[in-house]
Design a protein around this ligand. Structure first.
Ligand SMILES: NC(=O)c1ccc[n+]([C@@H]2O[C@H](COP(=O)([O-])OP(=O)(O)OC[C@H]3O[C@@H](n4cnc5c(N)ncnc54)[C@H](O)[C@@H]3O)[C@@H](O)[C@H]2O)c1
Ligand SMILES: O=C(O)C(=O)C[C@@H](O)[C@H](O)[C@H](O)COP(=O)(O)O
Ligand SMILES: [Zn+2]
Length: 369
């Protein structure tokens, strides 16, 4: 088992990574409990594949576990499901000293983490992430929340988990499309701050799914990078915004596609990273060959890399820019982007001419034919 520490004052926790950890979840969570019970929140697909194993792991330690099973998909990160989760937790008699378990991908982690943040003004929660995306990104760092009619992740709270248990064996049941989407966040770490990790991913990325040791290494390095950034800047006053590489584009595209399965979050991140590198090259900030290298790796991974790869209608460039206006990095109405000097060296800037973004989006939209 690999361990990554997130050392935040008064809220330190560990990320445990390795195959088979679900069977040990009861023993791993037991030291956090004041009384032998937990409330698990999950969703249909995860429940069908893995809830039995998680329940058995708690039962083996004499821990009573009740579960709420929600519908799957991005649409679940909404006000109605937040109300359902919080009311259910209250009906279960969850006290301030109890622990809630978020068992699922990023959708469940974000929603349940937010419910835990506001329930009785804050109860502890444990993340048991079941997607690649959740194991490398969303289960770590304490960003929780829901989407609203105005945009992505616009209501939420910083609320750190008390433990993260990333059982890499659970990813065996993940559909290929979701595995690839999760990889969008993995490669983001190489692009934003670790050129050696990027070089390794160029070679190892295509075999990640079939190589358990490489998978653990990718999850571990991603978590180390995220933990490091979160420890230095928990509430995104500066450096943490680097984790938003590709997301200014991604969130506008997710909003434009109605948070539907036309575009998964990780797919939007991959496309957004390719666009961020293209914009960086056009502005003369990074070498001209870097965007091609990013796109070539996405192609080698069988991933989407451009607006042309998103099915169905998209709004025009001006409308996409308007959607970007809800981005949380906006200051005084000015968009800010994460751009790059080269692969492995990203930075945040507000010095991006709106025309350059509009032109890039217009050309990319025109290429859709
Ligand atoms: N809080 C953060 O820091 C952070 C970081 C990145 C992304 N996110 C958020 O995470 C969300 C995306 O997360 P995601 O990609 O995990 O999506 P998701 O939770 O919707 O899961 C993806 C799909 O995989 C299925 N699934 C999950 N685990 C499975 C398993 N083990 N076997 C079979 N099927 C399984 C789900 O039912 C779903 O269909 C977005 O809402 C995004 O905004 C948050
Ligand atoms: O943890 C962070 O910080 C991130 O930005 C990670 C992102 O991958 C993630 O999608 C996050 O939810 C985006 O946050 P937001 O503040 O832009 O909504
Ligand atoms: Zn993301």
């Amino acid at each position: 088992m690999e361990r990554v520490a997130v050392d935040l004052p008064g809220r330190a926790y560990e990320i445990l990574i390795g195959p088979g950890l679900t069977a040990r979840a009861g023993a791993l969570v037991a030291p956090l409990l004041r009384r032998p019970r937990v409330a698990i929140v999950t969703e249909d697909r995860v429940a069908a594949a893995h809830l039995g194993a998680l329940g058995a792991a708690f039962a083996a330690e004499g821990i009573a576990a009740e579960a709420l099973v929600l519908p799957p998909g991005e649409g679940t990160k909404c006000w109605a499901e937040l109300a359902r989760v919080t009311e259910w937790l209250l009906a279960q008699g969850v006290e301030r000293g109890d622990v809630v378990v978020a068992f699922g991908g990023g959708v469940i982690g974000d929603l349940v983490g937010f419910a835990a943040a506001i329930l009785r003004r804050g109860v502890r929660f444990v993340q048991v992430p079941t997607t690649l995306l959740a194991q490398v990104d969303s289960s770590v760092g304490g960003k929780t929340g829901i989407n609203t009619a105005q945009g992505k992740n616009l209501v939420g709270a910083f609320h750190q988990p008390s433990l993260v248990i990333a059982d890499t064996a659970l990813l065996a049941s993940l559909p290929d499309r979701d595995f690839r989407a999760g990889y969008g966040e993995v490669m983001k770490y190489g692009l934003l701050g670790d050129p050696a990790f990027w070089d390794w991913l160029e070679a190892a990325g295509p075999r990640l799914r079939d190589d358990p040791a490489a998978l653990v290494r990718a999850v571990r390095r991603s978590c180390e990078m995220k933990a490091g950034i979160v420890m230095r800047d928990e509430t995104e006053q500066g450096e943490r915004a680097l984790l938003n590489l590709g997301h200014t584009f991604c969130h506008a595209l997710e909003s434009a596609t109605g948070y539907s399965d036309r575009l998964l979050h990780g797919e939007g991140v991959a496309i957004g990273c390719a666009l961020a590198f293209e914009l960086s090259a056009r502005l003369g900030l990074c070498p001209q060959e870097e965007p091609g290298r990013v796109r070539a790796h996405l192609a080698a991974m069988g991933m989407r890399r451009d607006l042309a790869d998103i099915p169905g209608d998209l709004p025009d460039a001006e409308a996409l820019l308007a959607l970007m206006g809800q981005d949380k990095k906006v200051v005084d109405g000015q968009l800010r982007f994460v751009l790059a000097r080269r692969i492995g060296d990203a930075f945040v800037t507000g010095d991006v001419p709106r025309d350059a973004v509009r032109d890039l989006l217009s050309e990319s939209l025109a290429a859709r034919g």
